[in-house]
Ligand binder design. Structure first.
Ligand code: AMP
Length: 493
């Protein structure tokens, strides 16, 4: 099938051609004709499948007739993170360059004044994160009564970040007669409930089974016996032996982003860092540096897991096993994009065994184990010990029971190599065990849905707080409270 078979206008086809796309991706092939027909769409699609163009291209055509009135956007796209929202706006700019659509991007961390000026002039497309949008609405700066097309992007991420009450409120402010396009990488029951509430007779499109990892990404697991210091050593070995020129390292916590960044810098890697504590302009600048190849490695938190679209990323390193197993899918989806191949390494300590089991059951396949020279893999005893320590909420500070000799310790960097080994020793029964973190997350989500709005500020992240901070805080298994022992100054090696 060609783009010209989808019913798009000549202007859009020119823009598509300028982008160098020759054939529509499966989600584009399936979604575009239905969006053009005015149907609601429920799209279950992984990142990297081309879903942004899947809704942007037909929307530009639909909106090309008609005019926006002051403060009354004609279409609204809600995205969970600033980066993702910014990326959607880049798509509108790229594909809409032959038309006259006006657009505003409402995200935290950038100037209100500029955004308000644009809204005052009237915009066809408004792209926003939920918090910033509600802020503006409640200050009377925006009216949502003229929204004819609503896009909810990355709905499962909104759920994880506690934004569903805000999204529900936004939807309640929109006209009942509208076209709604709802996208999610996974279709958990809660997401399905929302889709049922927001959509009317939608065309359901699924381009990949929920939560399946990208086929183009080669996954590998390194079981690291010891502590974070050993993980940093393993990470350096991998980056060096793989000669990584464009790689992303994901950490669960902002604090670890800083530590890993400093460590890599000290070891003279070309590295930059990205997390939610940084000012928005710095975040954008860092991303640009990485995209433009000024830094080979970007260390980041999950803030970047969804929004990043950097086609050339060859490697993803999970410095930590993600606490929310679905994040694993999104993290590794940063590589192997648009048909390219990529590699995703996950470094796991024994105490992460349970989170790892959860990831394995989410992606429904074992992650092949690899050995890194100089790094001992953990034993079943260490795993059992790690699991029980994790249950007690403890965190290991020093390497325990490390069997590595000082000579192998020295073989830290360039002279290391990888060896694929069988993962047959994994006890399959362990993979079946429920994940402690998921158990604690679910009640929080339910609480979020039920907590009255006034008291919700403390219970779940709302627009009063940085959305990305919220995501990162929720990555801490201790919720909003960080025990003192986790705050001790870290030794960076
Ligand atoms: P997305 O899943 O929307 O983040 O898109 C992933 C990447 O695929 C982006 O870099 C797009 O520019 C690219 N892309 C989108 N549609 C196509 C297409 N039809 N052919 C090739 N690349 C595409």
């Amino acid at each position: 099938m060609n783009f010209s078979d989808l019913g798009l206008s000549p202007e859009i086809l020119t823009a598509v051609n300028d982008s160098g796309y020759t054939t529509p991706t499966p989600i584009q092939e399936q979604a575009i004709p239905y969006v053009l027909m005015g149907r609601d769409v429920l799209g279950c699609a992984q990142t990297g499948t081309g879903k942004t163009a899947g809704f942007t291209l037909p929307m530009i055509d639909i909106l090309s007739s008609g005019r926006a009135r002051a403060r009354m956007p004609r279409s609204l796209i809600i995205a969970p993170t600033r980066e993702l929202a910014a990326q959607v706006s880049e798509n509108f700019e790229k594909y809409g360059k032959h038309g006259k659509l006006s657009m505003a991007l409402l995200i935290g961390g950038s100037s209100f004044v500029e955004q308000e000026k644009k809204l005052d002039r009237g915009v066809d497309v408004l792209i926003a994160t939920p918090g910033r949008l509600l802020d503006l609405f409640e200050r009377g700066k925006i009216l949502l009564a003229d929204v004819k097309i609503l896009v909810i992007d990355e709905a499962d991420r909104m759920l994880d970040m506690g934004f569903i009450p805000d999204v529900e409120r936004i939807v309640s402010l929109l006209p009942k007669i509208r076209q709604t396009l709802f996208f999610s990488a996974t279709m958990a029951p809660e997401i399905r409930r929302l889709a049922d509430a927001f959509l009317m007779n939608p065309k359901e499109i699924s381009v990949d089974p929920p939560a399946s990892a990208a086929e183009t990404v080669t996954q590998a697991l390194v079981k690291v016996s010891g502590d974070s210091k050993m993980k940093r050593m393993a990470l350096r070995s991998l980056i060096t032996s793989e000669e990584v020129k464009s790689g992303i390292v994901f950490c669960n916590r902002k604090r670890d982003v800083d530590i890993v960044f400093k460590s890599l810098k000290r070891h003279e890697f070309s590295v930059c860092a990205l997390h939610g504590d940084m000012a928005q302009p710095v975040r954008m600048e860092t991303l640009d540096d990485f995209k433009n190849g000024k830094a080979d490695i970007m260390v980041c938190s999950d803030v970047a897991a969804r929004g990043l679209d950097i086609p050339a990323v060859s490697h993803v390193f999970n410095f930590d096993v993600p606490i929310n197993a679905e994040d694993y899918v999104h993290r590794i989806g940063r590589t192997g994009r648009a048909g390219r191949s990529g590699k995703a390494y996950t470094l796991a300590l024994p105490e992460e065994a349970r989170a790892l089991s959860n990831v394995v059951s989410t992606v429904k396949r074992d992650i092949p184990l690899v050995e890194v020279e100089g790094i001992d893999a953990w034993t079943p005893e260490e795993e059992a010990d790690g699991r029980s320590r994790k249950r007690r909420g403890g965190r290991k500070s020093e390497p325990r029971g490390r069997k590595t000799s000082s000579s192998s310790r020295k073989s830290d960097d360039a002279n290391t190599h990888l060896k694929v080994v069988s993962d047959r020793d994994e006890d399959p029964a362990k993979a079946e065990q429920p994940d402690v973190v998921e158990e604690t997350r679910k009640p929080r989500r339910q609480a979020a849905a039920k907590t009255p709005r006034a008291s919700r500020a403390k219970a779940v992240p709302t627009r009063d707080r940085d959305q990305d901070d919220a995501a990162e805080e929720s990555s801490n298994a201790f919720g909003d409270h960080t025990p003192a022992f986790m705050l001790r100054p870290a030794q960076v090696a």
